[in-house]
Design a binder for this molecule. Structure first.
Ligand code: PHE
Length: 444
């Protein structure tokens, strides 16, 4: 058992909220959300997404916080302590998913560094053809892609090796406010472009005839991925939160910040994409191919390009830190490794595991018709995360509800409806919804 008295902790509630929001806000919000929304019809997707975040995502996040706070450790150890050995596989599944996600996340994180540098020296593409050719040439160059991936992993490692309070919390407290500010500036720029209205309509006027099973699964996978839930990340962060602090209001604030950033990222991207006559359903290339072209047409575009890609670097670093933290926490808490050793070994191993993803887009390394990177993303986000989320909801709702009731109470009073509503969602609504969406929408 780990030494619970000497565990590192977040220094303040706001530090905890910013670090958790830092985990949640990432490539998922700024890179993935707009293109998934674009591919799935825009506003109707956004509406369903928001519904799922607050009605299913937030209760699952609370379930993780309860297990982490009571278990005081990594996902495997915490589950063993609060629920018994039978539940350890749920934690192990989360750690495996974290390894998979971090492996490809660092690849795309590396792209963001490369694009920030290109924006600074002014060598981004100027139209979709040239930006597409540059992106294509970049991902086909294994040395460049792997080099940037290594740099990104190194940055992640350097922060996480310093610990919770001195590393992750400090970084997020400084950079998350910078991220919010940059994002608002960019959104104001985008919505005031002449011709922005069409993009706003695509993004904000729902057409519910577009709703179908695979779209709802995409929204659910996106909600889970974006909130970093279902795989024990929030559990681990919750385990570093002082017992005197409440958990219900932070969970709401984290969900709010996360959907706010995703929503604003859409406001940055769609009006600009439409204003200059580009395609909103451009897929994963939307950020790296379409946007450089958009920026080059925009007055003051080069400054906004730097701001945008820098923002993406910060957002992805604060997320990859949380992934490295969960995996390392397992080795620190369960295997008694030092933090330095655990973070170094995990970062190196995950880096190597990411190499197939890194070279998959350029070299056509495919897994049953999907690029290796897309396949990893699909398995983690659309399969493991929803199933893990279902596991946490069922466990907390049926077995740990007394603990949850105690954890929910806070000095300022939580509205009395919260606990019963949470319980009904965890016991019945979330498992059925996740199961149904999963069965009807799962298509490779
Ligand atoms: N939530 C992060 C994002 O939106 C990704 C992530 C997933 C981080 C799972 C940690 C765990 O980019």
């Amino acid at each position: 058992m780990s030494d619970v008295t000497n565990r590192d902790q977040f220094g303040s509630r706001i530090g905890f909220i910013l670090a958790s929001a830092g985990s949640a806000v990432g490539l998922g919000n700024i890179w993935r959300f707009p293109f998934v929304a674009g591919e799935n019809g825009g506003a109707a997707f956004v509406f369903i997404y928001l519904l799922l975040v607050f009605c299913i995502g937030m209760p699952v996040m609370l379930a993780e916080f309860v297990v982490g706070r009571r278990g005081q450790g990594d996902p495997v150890g915490s589950l063993r302590r609060v629920a018994g050995k039978a539940f350890m596989p749920l934690g192990a599944m989360g750690i495996i998913a974290s390894i998979i996600i971090l492996s490809f996340y660092a690849v795309v994180g590396g792209w963001t560094i490369k694009y920030t540098l290109d924006a600074v020296i002014g060598s981004l593409g100027t139209d979709v053809a040239s930006a597409g050719a540059m992106f294509g040439a970049f991902v086909k160059n294994p040395f460049a892609v792997i080099g940037y991936q290594a740099l990104f992993m190194l940055g992640t490692y350097m922060v996480v090796a310093r610990g919770i309070g001195n590393g992750i919390e400090k970084f997020c407290t400084i950079f998350m406010p910078v991220l919010f500010l940059l994002l608002i500036v960019l959104a104001v720029r985008s919505v005031t472009l002449p011709g922005a209205a069409e993009g706003l309509a695509f993004y904000l006027k729902p057409d519910f005839s577009k709703v179908n099973g695979s779209m709802v699964l995409a929204a659910l996978g996106q909600a889970f991925f974006s909130l970093s839930i279902g795989i024990g990340v929030m559990l681990t962060y919750g385990s570093y939160l002082n017992k005197a602090e409440p958990i219900v209001s932070p969970a709401f604030q984290i969900c709010f910040l996360d959907s706010f950033v995703a929503f604003i990222a859409g406001l940055v991207i769609f009006p600009a994409v439409f204003a200059f006559g580009f395609e909103p359903g451009a897929g994963p290339g939307l950020t790296f191919v379409t946007l450089p072209a958009v920026f080059s047409k925009m007055p003051g575009g080069s400054i906004f390009a730097i701001a945008f890609f820098f923002l993406l670097v910060i957002a992805s670093l604060t997320s990859s830190m949380s992934l490295l933290e969960v995996i390392s926490a397992y080795f620190v808490d369960e295997r008694r490794w030092s933090r330095k050793k655990a973070t170094l070994v995990v970062a190196s191993f995950t880096f190597l595991l990411g190499v197939p993803s890194a070279i998959s887009l350029g070299g056509g390394l495919n897994l049953f018709g999907k690029s290796f990177l897309d396949a990893m993303d699909f398995i983690a986000s659309n399969v493991i995360m929803p199933l893990g989320g279902m596991g946490f909801a069922l466990l907390a709702g049926w077995l740990l509800h007394t603990m949850a009731r105690e954890e929910f109470s806070d000095a300022h009073g939580v509205p009395s409806i919260i606990y019963p509503a949470w319980r009904v969602i965890c016991c019945v609504v979330a498992p059925i919804a996740i199961g149904w969406i999963f069965i009807s929408g799962l298509k490779w």
